[in-house]
Design a protein around this ligand. Sequence first.
Ligand code: MF3
Ligand code: CO
Length: 250
Amino acid sequence: MIRRKNNEQIEGIRKSCSLLSRLLTEIRPLVQPGASLLGLDEFARDFILRHGGRPAFLGYEGYPATLCLSVNEVVIHGIPDERRLAEGDIVGLDSGIDLGGYFSDAAVTWAVGRVGPEAERLMRVTRECLDKAIDAVVPGARIHDISRAVFRQATGAGFGVVRQYCGHGVGLEMHEDPQIPNYVSPGPNPRLLPGMVLAIEPMINAGTGDVRLLDDDWTVVTLDGSLSAHYEHTVLVTETGREVLTSWRF
Ligand code: MF3
Ligand code: CO
């Protein structure tokens, strides 16, 4: 069942999303060579708590942190540890906030210092995947229109699309219906209607789209060891199109 949010709920989700956007804006300058992953996680947790929110990932199915920090060949769900970022890394930073029962979800991939041309191209194309996917959000369109937009942009650039993990509805819980695959799947293809709130999140690999799970049961890495990028926005379907709720300024 896909929940369509009423105006009061949308207002709550919008506030949660703008707090998450502020977190991303404030943490960006800290993402530098030498930064420790645990330090970034602590900053994010303190920021969210200080503003009256609850880190939505912390404790979710036992997840131990506020952020997912996914470095280089890590696709998603990298657990922050003592590791430090190094010049040339790319790091995916994914987080969510529960603000008064309203959930936001967003992710970015950032360069640490100067990175190589392949990393730059992967990040640009994955951002384009998200942009095209967002353009496909109009009332009356369908989930597969989002999926197709991501898939075309990624494969057109010669990159691999991760199939094991999807975007999702969000807002009153962290994960709601519908699932939003990044490829055109045989699964359900519901129509988009005003009031739906979607977390759209392309996960794109420089090599093949195949992934494997590490022994910690969280960390997802590319099977071929290639780089991976991930961007995510929380998006509201409006009467005329869409509103990106987690937009940020850098
Ligand atoms: N941001 C992830 C998603 O989009 C959720 C991370 S799972 C968690 O679904 F356990 F880390 F919270
Ligand atoms: Co998500």
